[in-house]
Write a protein that binds this ligand. Structure first.
Ligand SMILES: *[C@@H]1O[C@H](CO)[C@@H](O)[C@H](O)[C@H]1NC(C)=O
Ligand SMILES: *[C@@H]1O[C@H](CO)[C@@H](O)[C@H](O)[C@H]1NC(C)=O
Ligand SMILES: *[C@@H]1O[C@H](CO)[C@@H](O)[C@H](O)[C@H]1NC(C)=O
Length: 192
């Protein structure tokens, strides 16, 4: 009994002591990862800094994220890839009046239940301008507002030039064409 308690503790310790290191620029790895690219999130009662997002995976393959490849091999960590994306990804900024809460899941630590249940990741809650991306561009101002109002896992750094770099990096390693990232021109985004 004592022995099993001790080994449980020893197993848990590295996770507790190890802080996931954030890299200064995105790192491309080939290995395991969790994908939260368009995950929906919910607030955690009593916690104003993190939200819980329901993500997908685990996947293995090329992925780009802001943690080291070692950490992604060791822990279930959220990263980004084009797995689960259509051939075109449509992106637009949620800015002005449409800026608001979003979850920054890249690099988040995730819980992968052994029984195949939902994968959840604890993602830092951010408030402000961010990007919406999905399978189409909204066609009305209401559509933009609705899309931007969802609490989702997304990013604020996927600017046009970053997206192109990511595309190129992935394309170089993948032996297939990555999806095209289209920047939507959206009606009245945050201006009214
Ligand atoms: C909020 O959740 C994060 C991630 O699980 C945790 O590290 C932090 O301690 C929580 N904060 C509070 C106030 O519970
Ligand atoms: C992810 O979690 C599963 C189930 O808890 C575990 O078996 C596996 O080793 C973890 N993978 C990584 C890379 O941490
Ligand atoms: C690209 O992303 C990084 C964060 O990973 C950010 O610091 C940088 O400003 C971005 N580059 C551009 C051109 O937006």
């Amino acid at each position: 009994m004592l022995q099993s308690t001790t080994s449980l503790l020893l197993l848990a310790l590295p996770t507790l002591l190890h802080a996931i290191e954030t890299t200064s620029s995105p790192v491309l790895c080939n290995g395991p990862y969790i994908l939260c690219s368009t995950a929906l999130c919910t607030t955690i009662p009593g916690n104003s800094t993190y939200v819980t997002c329901t993500c997908q995976g685990p996947y293995t393959g090329l992925n780009i994220g802001i943690t080291t490849c070692d950490d992604r091999e060791t822990y279930n960590i959220s990263s980004f890839s084009f797995e689960n994306t259509a051939s075109n990804i449509y992106v637009f900024p949620c800015e002005g009046a449409n800026a608001g809460p979003w979850a920054q899941c890249n690099g988040a630590l995730c819980d992968v239940p052994e029984d195949g249940g939902d994968i959840t990741c604890a993602c830092p809650l951010e408030v402000g301008e961010h990007l919406y991306y999905g399978e189409e561009c909204p066609s009305s101002e209401e559509g933009v507002q609705e899309a931007c109002a969802m609490l989702r896992s997304t990013t604020d750094f996927l600017t046009n030039s970053n997206a192109t770099t990511m595309d190129d990096d992935m394309a170089e390693e993948l032996e297939e064409e990555p999806p095209t990232i289209e920047f939507c021109s959206v009606p009245g985004n945050g201006t009214s």
